[in-house]
Design a protein around this ligand. Structure first.
Ligand SMILES: [Fe+2]
Ligand SMILES: [Fe+2]
Length: 446
């Protein structure tokens, strides 16, 4: 395989080459002009490049312009789609809309800095390359790299079973696309499933939805939740099943991931309501499934390596690095609508802009707030929390709590999503404080 790395920054060029060289021959240049010359040279020798990585921001012709240039030329020369060079864009987690426009212009994937081997593997898998061979050549069998590469290969060649939602979710979906869905109609569908019916009753009595008195029938539960909320809750109950396993260590991890997802969902819904967002119930389901990539990756790992621990820190990090792209591909395959797919793909970016969907901004804020309220699941944030937990317990009274609050407010203040939503850190933090005590108990009702 022949690879061309185009990046004006010395260090990132070196990092890319060091990660790519196991896959084939690498040529690295620091600007587009030299890159075009290299491409011409290769074409003349009838030995063109297989993969090009393009830094998005470069002086002169930048990555996006170069992508456009290459694709336009290929179209002009009538190069069939499958023979076109594979192009990966390289960017900081800042330019979400730039990446979106690159995808439209025909890039095959993207890498975010700092580029990790796992990101690279996931992109190669997505483009249809078999990465196992290259890794074996590199002799990297001792780490989790091979295992992750294996999962990626299996996923993109259709050898991993996709999660399935029970049929009832589809029926509910259909009901809502009809003209006038009523509580009675919904009740008729739900009563067929005893497990979901009884769960709906206990959820209606859980702290998050509790009323003055206890409800004890399905109809009363549906009335309390209301049509729209009931719909979200039913999907969430169905999704809960996906977070289970007979493997003890995996079960523990999935329980934590469920708590994180549930916290993100509840906080997202609450933030949405505070902002007067029309689809606050959509936000709930979005929170439930935003990290679905992690769920599938962990399950796939345990299926293939039942003897190894899924809680290994190195593996966790690898999974974290690829879960967004992976989750997005998965949700697309499961026919989720575009806002859900985008939420899974872009919830860890640093910078959003005024064109970013409000739902994504709210989810991003909720994901962070879940961490601030003690329900993080290993983002960069999760690690910070774990480090902190190492030197002092969270319940430290008085002054420490004050500093904790100040630090949290400072972190929230710096979130790009916060500014774009026009909220104050204090208002967001208050929502976290209000919902935090109800999360654990309510999550258990699902
Ligand atoms: Fe995530
Ligand atoms: Fe998350």
């Amino acid at each position: 395989m022949k690879i061309l790395v185009v990046d004006d920054e010395n260090i990132s060029r070196k990092i890319l080459v060091s990660k790519m060289k196991a896959l084939g021959t690498c040529v690295a240049v620091d600007n587009s002009k030299k890159a075009l010359a290299e491409m011409e040279l290769a074409d003349n020798k009838e030995d063109p490049f297989d993969i090009i990585t393009l830094d998005v921001s470069m002086p002169g012709m930048d990555g996006r312009q170069m992508l456009k240039h290459i694709r336009t030329r290929e179209i002009k020369n009538k190069v069939p789609k499958e023979e076109r060079v594979k192009i990966l864009m390289v960017t900081a987690r800042m330019n979400m809309n730039t990446i979106k426009s690159c995808i439209k212009m025909g890039c095959n994937g993207y890498l975010t800095k700092p580029v990790s081997r796992f990101q690279l593997l996931q992109n190669l898998g997505k483009m249809g390359f078999d990465t196992k061979e290259a890794l074996e050549k590199e002799g990297n069998g001792a780490t989790h790299t091979t295992a992750v590469a294996d999962i990626i290969n299996r996923f993109y060649t259709g050898k991993i079973a996709l999660p399935v939602f029970p049929h009832i979710v589809q029926e509910v979906q259909d009901l809502f696309s009809s003209k006038d869905p009523s509580i009675e109609d919904l009740g008729k569908i739900v009563e067929k499933d005893i497990v979901i019916s009884s769960k709906l009753i206990s959820i209606a009595n859980s702290p998050l939805y509790k009323g003055m008195d206890t409800v004890s029938s399905l109809n009363a539960a549906l009335l309390r939740l209301g049509l729209k909320t009931a719909r979200g809750v039913i999907s969430a109950v169905a999704a809960r099943n996906l977070f289970s396993s007979a493997n003890k260590i995996l079960k523990k991890e999935l329980d934590r991931l469920w708590l994180h997802s549930f916290a993100t969902a509840s906080l997202g819904k609450q933030l949405g309501e505070a902002l007067g967002h029309k689809k606050a119930d959509n936000l709930f389901l979005m929170g439930i499934i935003h990290d679905i990539g992690k769920m599938l990756l962990m399950k796939a790992f345990v299926d293939i390596h039942p003897d190894k621990s899924v809680a290994d820190p190195e593996l966790r990090l690898a999974i974290h690095e690829i879960h967004t792209t992976f989750g997005a591909v998965l949700l697309k395959k499961m026919r989720f609508s575009s806002p859900f797919v985008q939420a899974a793909e872009f919830h860890h970016w640093n910078t959003y802009d005024k064109d970013t969907d409000q739902e994504l901004l709210i989810l991003c804020l909720a994901d962070h707030l879940a961490y601030e309220t003690g329900y993080g699941f290993l983002g960069a944030e999760g690690q910070r929390l774990q480090e902190k937990a190492g030197d002092k317990p969270k319940e430290d009274a008085g002054e420490d709590q004050e500093t904790d609050r100040d630090e949290a407010l400072e972190r929230i203040k710096n979130l790009s999503a916060l500014k774009l939503l026009g909220m104050t850190p204090e208002a967001v933090y208050a929502i976290g404080e209000q919902i935090q005590p109800m999360i654990k108990e309510s999550a258990g009702a699902f």
